[in-house]
Design a protein around this ligand. Structure first.
Ligand SMILES: Nc1nc2c(c(=O)[nH]1)N[C@H]1C(S)=C(S)[C@@H](COP(=O)(O)OP(=O)(O)OC[C@H]3O[C@@H](n4cnc5c(=O)[nH]c(N)nc54)[C@H](O)[C@@H]3O)O[C@H]1N2
Ligand SMILES: Nc1nc2c(c(=O)[nH]1)N[C@H]1C(S)=C(S)[C@@H](COP(=O)(O)OP(=O)(O)OC[C@H]3O[C@@H](n4cnc5c(=O)[nH]c(N)nc54)[C@H](O)[C@@H]3O)O[C@H]1N2
Ligand SMILES: [Mo]
Length: 639
C-alpha cells in the first residue's frame, strides 16, 4: 500500500490497478499465520521465549535490527526505541538507506532540513516546467502524474521510459553521468544568462565555489561524457527558467556519488532561483509507503525521533528524558555495512527482504547463513523469511491503526478495517513481547495511539516536530510537519522566508563529476542499470504472489538494444546470462530499440538466479552510505 496525495491506495507504489487487489494478500494462502521456529509451527510464547533467551546471551552490539520504510511511524519509532532501550544496541538501520538517503543528505546540506517535497504536491499543477531526474512515475507513482498534466516535462533517464514518452524533452545520459549533466546545465544556464542573480545573492551562499567547478563543464565536454547534445542542454535550461520544479528519484540517487549528484541538481535549482519560492522548487520523490516518516523517527543508525541527530548531546538528553533512561548507544552502521558485518551474531528484520533487495545479494545470503540467529517479522514467506530461524506472522495495513507521512511531509491516518487472521499479531505486540522478556515490561505499548502520544513528546522541538499532531486533529485536518503545538496549523510550505540553516541561506555545495565506481572495460563492456516495473513491488515478495501481476511480468528479463543483443549472439525472447564481477543473472532478452547501445536494464523484483542484485556493486556513497544500485559493469552471454 502507499500514500500518495493524501489518498491511501492499496497496492504497490500507489498503483491501484486492475490486477492488484490488496485484499487478495490479506487472505492469500501464502499468508503467514503461525510463528515458525526452524520451520516448525510453534506458539507465540515459545517463539518469543526462544528469541529473547538467545538474544540475551550476546553483547548488545552483536545484535542488529533491520527496519523498513513501509512501517508506520509508530512502528518505526517503536523499533528504534526497542533497539536502543530493550536490546541496548547501536546496530540498527533500515532499507530507506537504499532508497532516499542521498537526497536526504543533499537536502540537509543545501537547505538545513530534509522533507521530500517542501511544498504541497498540488503546487506542481501550476508549474510551467518540471524536470524529473532519474524518476519514472508513470510506472512507480501513477497517481502522481495527474499533478504534472499542465507542465512541460523534461525527463532525465538513460531509458526511454513510459514517463520519458510523455516528455517535451527527454535527456538520455549514460547511467551514472547525471552529475556531469547537472554541472553542464548549470554552466549553460550561466552562459545563456538565465540564472537569477538577485536570488543567488540574497538567499544563498557558496555560488562561486560551485561555479568554479561548473565552469569546466562547457556544453561539448558535457556532451562527450553524458551523450546529451549541447542543443538539448540549451533547450533544457531555457525551459527551466520560470515557474519550474526540479525533482529527483532513485535514478540520480542510487550511486556511489548519489549525494553529490543530488547536490548538483539542487545547485542548478538554486542558480535558477527555484527553491523556497511560491510556484517553483526542488523536491525528492519518496519511495515506500512511509518513506518520509520512516526516516524521521529513529530506525536510521544516526538518528533519534523527530529527525534528531544521535550524536547531538541536547537531542540525546531530550530523548533519554522521554524514554526514562540514563544512557543511549551512539550511531551504528549503515544498512549494507550492517548486513555484511561479521561481528553481528543475531539479526531481527522488520519490513525488508534483503536477500533480494540488497546489493551484491550473494554476500548478504552468505552472511545470513553465518548468523547464529536470524529473526524475520513478515506476513508472507519472503526469501529472507525463508532463511530465518524464527518467523513471526504480523498484521498487514488493513489490520492496524497508525500514521504514515507522505512525500510532502503530511501525516496521514491509517485505519484498521479488519481483524487479522487468528495467530497473527502486530509488530508492536511482537516488540512488546520481546521487550518484556528482556526485562523492559514498560515503554512498549501495543496500542498505536499510545505510541504516537510518546512520539509526539519525543519529536517535540526536533526538525520534524509532531508534537502538535493528534489522532483527533488528523480526522479533519491536513497537517504537514513541523507542527510544534496543538494550535499550530502545520507547515505546508517550508523555506518561503528563510532556509533552515542558522543564517537562513541555502548553500551551494561544490561538487564534481567522478563517474561510476566500476567503469566499463573490455571484459565487462556494458553498463547495467536496475529499477522497477509497473506490475511488481520492490523485492516482489508480495506481488509475485498475485496471479495477475505475475502473469503480466512472470520472469526476469533484461532490456537490450537490438544491435547489442546481436553482437552478444542473443535473440529476442531467448535466454541470456548477464555477468558482472560479482555474479550471473539468467534473464529473458527484451530487445528495446530506444535503449542506449552501451547500457542494459534489469528489474530487481525477481528471486533466485533472476536477482538483479547478484550483479550490483555495493560501492557506497561516502556521505549517505547508499549503494550504487544504478550502475555496474556487465557483459552479455547466451545462456
Ligand atoms: N510499480 C512499483 N512502484 C514503486 C515501487 C516498485 O517497486 N514498483 N517502489 C517504490 C519505491 S520504494 C521507490 S524508491 C520508488 C522509486 O521510483 P523511481 O525512482 O521512479 O524508480 P526506479 O525504477 O528505481 O528508477 C527510476 C529511473 O531511473 C533510471 N536510471 C537508471 N540509472 C540512472 C542514472 O544514472 N541517471 C538517471 N537520471 N536515471 C537513471 C531508470 O532507468 C529508471 O527508469 O518507486 C515506488 N513505487
Ligand atoms: N538493484 C536494485 N536494488 C534495489 C533498488 C533498486 O532500484 N535496484 N531499490 C532499493 C529501494 S529504493 C528499496 S526501498 C528497497 C526495497 O526492498 P525491500 O527492503 O526488500 O522491500 P520490500 O520488498 O517491500 O520488502 C518488504 C518486506 O516486508 C514485508 N512487510 C511489509 N510491510 C510490513 C510491516 O508493516 N511489518 C513487517 N514486519 N513486514 C512488512 C513485506 O511483506 C516484504 O516481505 O530495495 C532496494 N534495492
Ligand atoms: Mo525505495
Amino acid at each position: 500500500m502507499s500514500v500518495i496525495d493524501g489518498q491511501v491506495t492499496p497496492g504497490p507504489g500507489g498503483l491501484c490497478q486492475k490486477g492488484w487487489t490488496a485484499g487478495e494478500l490479506l487472505r492469500h494462502p501464502g499468508r503467514l499465520t503461525t510463528p515458525l521456529l526452524h520451520g516448525r509451527p510453534v506458539s507465540w510464547d515459545e517463539a518469543l521465549d526462544f528469541v529473547a533467551s538467545r538474544v540475551a546471551g550476546y553483547e548488545p552490539d552483536e545484535v542488529a535490527v533491520f527496519g523498513g520504510g513501509g512501517l508506520t511511524n509508530e512502528k518505526a519509532y517503536a523499533l528504534g526505541k526497542f533497539a536502543r532501550v530493550a536490546l541496548k544496541t547501536s546496530q540498527i538501520d533500515y532499507n530507506g538507506r537504499f532508497c532516499m538517503s542521498s537526497a536526504a543528505a543533499a537536502g540537509n546540506k543545501a537547505f538545513g532540513l530534509d522533507r521530500g517535497l517542501p511544498f504541497p504536491l498540488t503546487d506542481l499543477r501550476s508549474a510551467d516546467t518540471v524536470l524529473l531526474a532519474g524518476s519514472n512515475p508513470a510506472e512507480t507513482m501513477p497517481p502522481f502524474l495527474r499533478h504534472l498534466e499542465g507542465a512541460r516535462l523534461i525527463v532525465v533517464d538513460p531509458r526511454r521510459t513510459p514517463t520519458a514518452e510523455r516528455a517535451t524533452l527527454h535527456l538520455q545520459p549514460a547511467p551514472g553521468t547525471d552529475l556531469a549533466l547537472a554541472l553542464g546545465l548549470l554552466h549553460t544556464a550561466v552562459i545563456e544568462g538565465v540564472i537569477d542573480k538577485e536570488y543567488v545573492t540574497s538567499r544563498t551562499s557558496g555560488f562561486d565555489d560551485a561555479w568554479r567547478i561548473a565552469a569546466q563543464w562547457w556544453p561539448e565536454q558535457t556532451e562527450r561524457v553524458t551523450g546529451v547534445s549541447a542543443a538539448d542542454q540549451r533547450a533544457a535550461v531555457h525551459m527551466l527558467a520560470g515557474r519550474s520544479y526540479v525533482l529527483t528519484g532513485r535514478g540520480s540517487e542510487q550511486h556511489a556519488s548519489g549525494t553529490d549528484t543530488v547536490s548538483a541538481w539542487i545547485n542548478l535549482a538554486l542558480a535558477l532561483g527555484l527553491p523556497g519560492r511560491a510556484g517553483s522548487g526542488y523536491g525528492c520523490l519518496t519511495g515506500q509507503g512511509n518513506g518520509q516518516g520512516g526516516r524521521e523517527h529513529g530506525q536510521k543508525a544516526d538518528q533519534l525521533p523527530g529527525y534528531r541527530k544521535i550524536d547531538d548531546p541536547a537531542a540525546r538528553r531530550h530523548v533519554m528524558d522521554v524514554w526514562g533512561v540514563t544512557s543511549l548507544p551512539g550511531p551504528g552502521r549503515s544498512a549494507y555495512e550492517l548486513l555484511m558485518a561479521d561481528d553481528i551474531r543475531a539479526m531481527l528484520v522488520f519490513g525488508s527482504n534483503p536477500v533480494v533487495s540488497a546489493p551484491r545479494a550473494s554476500g548478504v545470503v552468505d552472511r545470513f547463513k553465518a548468523l547464529d540467529l536470524l529473526v524475520v517479522a513478515d506476513f508472507v514467506m519472503s526469501e529472507t523469511a525463508a532463511m530465518a530461524d524464527v518467523v513471526f506472522p504480523v498484521t498487514q495495513w488493513a489490520e492496524e491503526d497508525g500514521t504514515m507521512t507522505n512525500l510532502e511531509g503530511r501525516i496521514i491516518r491509517r485505519r484498521k478495517a479488519l481483524d487479522p487472521p487468528p495467530g497473527v499479531r502486530s509488530d508492536l505486540e511482537l516488540l512488546h513481547g520481546l521487550a518484556t522478556r528482556l526485562g523492559v515490561p514498560n515503554g512498549f505499548p501495543v496500542v498505536p495511539q499510545e505510541v504516537f502520544e510518546e512520539l509526539r513528546r519525543a519529536s517535540a522541538g526536533g526538525p520534524s516536530d509532531y508534537s502538535g499532531i493528534t489522532y483527533e486533529r488528523l480526522e479533519s485536518e491536513q497537517l504537514h510537519w513541523p507542527v510544534p503545538s496543538v494550535d499550530h496549523p502545520g507547515t505546508p510550505r517550508l523555506f518561503l522566508d528563510r532556509f533552515a540553516h542558522a543564517d537562513g541561506l541555502a548553500r551551494f555545495v561544490p561538487v564534481d563529476h567522478r563517474g561510476p565506481a566500476e567503469p566499463p572495460d573490455e571484459e565487462f563492456p556494458l553498463q547495467a542499470t536496475t529499477g522497477r516495473v509497473l506490475q511488481h513491488y520492490q523485492s516482489g515478495a508480495q506481488t509475485r504472489l498475485i496471479g495477475e501481476l505475475l502473469a503480466a511480468v512472470p520472469e526476469m528479463y533484461v532490456e537490450v538494444h537490438p544491435d547489442t543483443a546481436t553482437r552478444a549472439g542473443l535473440v529476442a525472447g531467448g535466454p541470456a546470462h548477464v555477468v558482472s564481477r560479482r555474479g550471473t543473472v539468467t534473464a529473458v532478452v527484451r530487445c528495446v530499440p530506444s535503449m542506449r547501445p552501451d547500457a542494459v536494464f534489469l528489474p530487481f523484483h525477481f528471486p533466485g538466479d533472476g536477482r538483479a542484485n547478484l550483479l550490483t556493486n555495493p560501492a557506497l556513497d561516502p556521505t549517505s552510505r547508499m549503494p550504487e544500485f544504478k550502475v555496474c559493469a556487465v557483459r552479455l552471454e547466451p545462456a
